[in-house]
Design a protein around this ligand. Structure first.
Ligand code: MG
Ligand code: MG
Length: 250
């Protein structure tokens, strides 16, 4: 069931989203060679909890132990924060964070270069973020879910990269994962029609190589089958009468 949100509910999500945006910025600034993904996790948790009423949404969600997902290089999503995972110059790290605030969830992700990265990796980050922007631009009343996916796919494949299909965006708000699913591929004018009050997380996951994924033995971390690098950018977006609002924008 799709749960449309009232203006009041979207305002509460926007308040949580502002805390989340600040948390993502805070963690992004902490990224450097030598820091562990557990250190980043603790930075995020402390920052989120310093805001009254806000808690890290991932902690305990489906049994996950972290406040962030921290996914390095060929890891696509759901990397578990660990003291043993230490960032090295030239890595990329995808940081996915959720906030629960006054009964409502928001969700955002970014991929950060660790120091200086090679040209192809820099292009991967630029293209993936640009594909998110293209998808958000299509998230307006009267368009369909397929318009979002098609826009993301066109940017990604036009740059010679591939869109992950095994994982998708999602409705969000009262529950962390709500209907509908929001694929990062599709055909224009297909799928659910977008209406004001719909709140969705749009989150392209983009691989340098092929789109295939597999899950590691830790049962969480999802990696590219071919070992190529992967990037992930995400915002929580509310469809409005006049277009949309990005609730997790910095
Ligand atoms: Mg997320
Ligand atoms: Mg999400």
């Amino acid at each position: 069931m799709i749960q449309l949100k009232s203006a009041r509910e979207i305002e509460l999500m926007a308040e949580g989203g502002r805390i989340l945006a600040a948390a993502v910025r805070h963690v992004r600034q902490a990224v450097r060679p030598g820091i562990s993904t557990l250190d980043l996790d603790l930075e995020a948790e402390e920052f989120i909890r310093s805001h009254a009423g806000a808690t890290p949404a991932f902690k305990g969600l489906y049994g996950f132990t972290g406040s962030i997902c921290a996914s390095i290089n060929q890891e696509i999503v759901h990397g578990i924060p660990s003291r043993k995972r230490v960032l090295v110059e030239g890595d990329i790290i995808s940081i996915d964070v959720g906030v629960a605030y006054r009964g409502y969830f928001t969700d955002s992700a970014t991929t950060v270069p660790v120091g200086t990265v090679d040209d192809e990796t820099a292009r991967l980050l630029e293209v993936t973020e640009r594909s998110l922007v293209a998808g958000i631009a299509m998230a307006v009343p009267g368009n369909h879910l397929g318009d979002i996916g098609a826009a993301v796919q066109q940017v990604v494949e036009g740059a010679g990269f591939s869109v992950v299909r095994d994982l998708v965006g999602h409705g969000i708000g009262v529950e962390f994962h709500e209907e509908p699913q929001v694929p990062n591929y599709g055909k224009p004018k297909r799928g659910l029609k977008l209406v004001p009050g719909l709140t969705i997380a749009i989150e392209p996951m983009v691989n340098v190589g092929g789109p295939m994924t597999r899950t590691l033995a830790d049962k969480w971390t999802i990696v590219t089958v071919d070992g190529s690098r992967s990037a992930h950018f995400e915002h929580t977006v509310a469809i409005s009468e006049s277009g949309n609002g990005v609730l997790t924008a910095a």
